[in-house]
Design a protein around this ligand. Structure first.
Ligand code: ZN
Length: 279
């Protein structure tokens, strides 16, 4: 089955690095490893997002908006099946940030933006983001928000910013903005379902439900995901993603294939992402 993974991360220094969440473990998530894993798991396209120094806490906000965009674009320039959503760091927005992003959008180099409310301590509806929302609307690209549980390795992240309900206000005030709710608000999945159901401009990705080991069965998570699919009753609004390298691609796909009704597979694993991100 053809797969598009809309949510993962890549180490751009091309060496084994430590993700905050894997503090004590060496994880290889270089471009070469990513491409090899994609091939093995039948993943045709992958969209990665750049984040600030998760693992070092808010006091160590090192990357300015757009987070590592230049470096990331250089890194993928010869790899047509890797795509970028640069992160926005509301604590560091240089004067030229918007222009840099608009230039990249004009050239079709980026697929949208990523926002991490819990790590940066700004609510999604904060005015600091509005100019970016208007830019995303102008170029018809989505903005992805981290929602749900989080771990920065330091205990400085705040879950209150990550409740999916905060996206309701953004969705209503910016009707033309396409919003991707990452992780389906896990574990606030039922709260996520109402936001998805009432707002035609809100989508959800199914990434990041597990870290490291994907369980063979996970009764309550499975039933919550199935609840959301049934309640929203619009498979077009769900996107497949993994949050690689936090999980192994093949294991995660096997889990989701079992949980998602088979008649929705083509849409959720491939078609929806292809049209939303214009791949
Ligand atoms: Zn992620």
């Amino acid at each position: 089955m053809r797969i598009i993974d809309v949510h993962l991360h890549m180490d751009m220094e091309d060496k084994k690095d430590k993700l905050g969440i894997f503090r004590d473990v060496d994880v290889d998530y270089t471009k070469d490893k990513l491409l090899a894993d994609m091939k093995a798991a039948d993943v045709e396209h992958a969209i990665f997002n750049t984040v600030d120094s998760i693992g070092d806490g808010i006091e160590c906000s090192v990357y300015a908006t757009p987070i590592r965009m230049k470096e990331a674009l250089e890194h993928i320039k010869d790899t047509p099946n890797l795509h970028l959503m640069p992160g926005i760091n509301p604590n560091q927005i240089p004067k030229n940030a918007l222009k840099l992003m608009e230039d990249a959008l004009k050239k079709g180099l980026i697929k949208g933006f990523k926002i991490l409310p819990g790590y940066t301590h700004f609510y999604p509806q904060d005015k600091v983001y509005h100019k970016f929302y208007n830019l995303a609307i102008k170029y018809d690209v989505p903005v992805m928000f981290h929602t749900g549980d989080l771990n920065d390795g330091e205990g400085l992240a705040l879950a209150k910013y990550c409740h999916p309900m905060h996206l309701d206000e953004v969705a209503v005030n910016f009707r033309k903005l396409k919003i991707v709710m990452a992780h389906l608000g896990n574990p606030w999945i039922r709260d996520a379902a109402i936001v998805l159901n009432k707002n035609p401009n809100v989508y959800a990705d199914l990434s990041g439900f597990f870290v490291e080991d994907v369980p063979k069965r996970c009764k309550f998570t499975e039933s919550d995901i199935q609840f959301a699919l049934e309640y929203v009753n619009e498979p077009e609004k769900f996107l497949y993603g993994t949050d690689w390298p936090l999980v192994k691609m093949a294991d995660y796909a096997a889990f989701m294939k079992r949980v998602i009704p088979s008649w929705m597979h083509k849409k959720i694993f491939y078609d929806n992402a292809k049209s939303l991100f214009k791949l």
